[in-house]
Ligand binder design. Structure first.
Ligand code: CAA
Length: 401
C-alpha cells in the first residue's frame, strides 16, 4: 500500500512494530513454534516498545491517537508478518480489553487499563465453551448473585493466552430465563480463588502462544467487576467487542500472507531449475502476481474497515465481518500457494514457509468462523434490501400487481 494513504502517526506505529519484529521475532519464530512455549522475552520487548499502548486511550495510560483500530491493525500486521502466533498473542490483549474500553465504568478502566498499557498485566477473553462456539449465546457458565458478589461456575474453551494473562473478561449466564438479557460480563483476576487453567491445547499453528481451557469453580467476584455495572448486557458487549477486534484477526491474516509472499518471492528468484530461476517461469510469475494482488486488495479493505471503525461509522459489524472473511480466506489461499512455490522444500520444517500455512488456518476459525462472518454479512445485506426498491420496476414479480 502506498504510504501516502497512512498518516504520520500510522507510519510511526507500523515502523516501530516492523523494527521490533525484525530484531526480536523473526530470528526466534521457528524456535517458539517448535517448543510451543510462550515468548516472554518478546512480550517484554513489546511492552518496552510501548506497543500495548496502541489501542488504550491516553487518559488510561495508553497512547491511542486518532485512529487506534487502524494503528492496532498495522502493529498486528507487522508482528504477524514475522510470526502469526506472536501476532495473536499480542492482539488478544486488545480483544480482552475492548469490553472494558467500550463498556466498562470509569473505575474499571482506571483499575485495569493502565497495567495492560504498560504490559505489567496481560488480559484475555473468555467467551467460547465446549458446546458454545459459533452459538456464543448458548453458553452454560453461570454467575449467581450472592450478597454483593457474583459467583462464577463453569468452563471456558480456547482461551488464547490462558495462564499467561492476569486478567480475564468472562461472559456468563446471569439470567437463564431471559432471552436477550441472559448474559453478563465480569472481570476476573487470576488470583481469585477457584480460577484455574485446564487443558493446554496442542495446536496445528499459532504454537508460540497458549490456548487453554479456563475453569471457574465458585469464583467469587465483587459486584464492582460486573462490566459497566450492567447486568444482562454481556451478549451485546461481546458482539461490540468482536466488531472492534475482528479487524485485528484480518490484520494478522494480512501479515501472514505478506510474510509468505515475501518468502516465496525471495525463494523463486534464487531457486534454479531448468537452467534459470523459477521466477522467470510464467506459471510462477502468475502465482506471485495473483498472490501480491490479493494481499494488496485485502490490505485496502482491512485498513478502510479499521478507519471506519475509528471514525465511529454505523454498521461496523458488517465492515469487520467482511474484512475478517476476505483477509483470512485470502491468507489461507496465499500461504498455500507460497508452499507450492517452495516445492518439496516448502513441505519440510527446515524452511519457515509451512508455518505460515499452519498459522493462517486458525484465522478462518477463531473470533467467529468465516461461516459466522458470512451470516453477519448476509443478514446485514438482507436488512438493507429496502435501499434497492428503485429496482422494482426492472424486476416485476409475476404474482404481484
Ligand atoms: N452489536 C450489538 N448488538 C448485537 C450485535 C452487534 N454486532 N450482533 C447482535 N447483537 C444483538 C442483537 O441485536 C440481538 O439483540 P436483541 O436480543 O435485543 O434483539 C442480540 O444481540 C442477539 O443477536 P442475534 O439474534 O443476531 O444472535 P445469534 O444468537 O443469532 O448470534 C452470531 C449471532 C453472529 C452468530 C454470534 O453468536 C457470533 O458472533 N458468534 C460467533 C462468536 C465468536 O466470534 N466467538 C469467538 C470468540 S473469541 C475467540 O475466538 C478466541 C480467542 O481468544 C481469539
Amino acid at each position: 500500500m502506498s504510504d501516502h494513504l497512512l498518516s504520520k502517526e500510522n507510519l510511526m506505529w507500523r515502523d516501530r512494530a516492523r523494527k521490533l519484529a525484525m530484531e526480536h521475532i523473526r530470528p526466534v519464530a521457528a524456535e517458539y513454534d517448535t517448543k510451543q512455549e510462550y515468548p516472554w522475552p518478546i512480550a517484554k520487548a513489546m511492552a518496552e516498545a510501548e506497543l500495548l499502548k496502541v489501542w488504550i486511550p491516553r487518559e488510561y495510560g495508553g497512547d491511542a491517537g486518532e485512529t487506534p483500530v487502524l494503528n492496532l491493525c498495522l502493529v498486528v500486521e507487522e508482528i504477524s508478518r514475522a510470526c502469526g502466533g506472536i501476532g495473536v498473542g499480542f492482539a488478544v490483549n486488545a480483544l480482552g480489553s475492548f469490553p472494558i474500553i467500550l463498556g466498562g465504568t470509569d473505575e474499571q478502566k482506571q483499575k485495569y487499563l493502565p497495567d495492560i498499557a504498560t504490559g505489567k498485566r496481560f488480559i484475555a477473553f473468555c467467551l467460547s465453551e465446549k458446546t458454545a462456539g459459533s452459538d456464543a449465546g448458548g453458553m452454560k457458565t453461570v454467575a449467581t448473585k450472592d450478597g454483593d458478589d457474583w459467583v462464577i461456575n463453569g468452563e471456558k474453551k480456547w482461551t488464547t493466552n490462558g495462564g499467561v494473562a492476569d486478567i480475564y473478561t468472562v461472559f456468563a449466564v446471569t439470567d437463564p430465563n431471559s432471552r436477550s438479557r441472559r448474559i453478563s460480563a465480569l472481570v476476573v483476576e487470576k488470583e481469585m480463588e477457584g480460577f484455574s487453567i485446564g487443558k493446554i491445547e496442542d495446536k496445528m499453528g499459532i504454537r508460540a502462544i497458549p490456548v487453554t481451557e479456563t475453569l471457574f469453580d465458585n469464583v467469587r467476584v465483587p459486584a464492582g467487576n460486573l462490566l459497566g455495572g450492567r447486568e444482562g448486557a454481556g451478549f451485546k458487549q461481546a458482539m461490540q467487542t468482536l466488531d472492534h477486534a475482528r479487524p485485528g484477526v484480518a490484520a494478522q491474516a494480512l501479515g501472514l500472507a505478506q510474510g509468505a509472499v515475501d518468502l516465496a518471492l525471495h525463494w523463486a528468484c534464487r531457486r534454479i531449475q531448468f537452467g534459470g530461476p523459477i521466477s522467470a517461469k510464467g506459471q510462477i510469475q502468475a502465482k506471485l502476481a495473483d498472490m501480491q494482488s490479493k494481499v494488496s486488495a485485502a490490505r485496502y479493505l482491512v485498513y478502510a474497515c479499521a478507519r471506519n471503525i475509528d471514525a465511529h461509522a454505523k454498521n461496523i459489524g458488517l465492515l469487520a465481518a467482511q474484512a475478517k472473511l476476505f483477509a483470512t480466506n485470502m491468507a489461507m489461499e496465499v500461504t498455500t500457494e507460497a508452499v507450492q512455490i517452495f516445492g518439496g522444500y516448502g513441505f519440510m520444517k527446515d524452511y519457515p514457509i509451512e508455518k505460515y500455512m499452519r498459522d493462517a488456518k486458525i484465522t478462518q476459525i477463531y473470533e467467529g468462523t468465516n461461516e459466522v462472518q458470512r451470516l453477519v454479512v448476509a443478514r446485514n445485506m438482507i436488512k438493507a434490501v429496502g435501499e434497492l426498491d428503485y429496482l422494482k420496476p426492472y424486476c416485476p414479480m409475476p404474482w404481484e400487481d
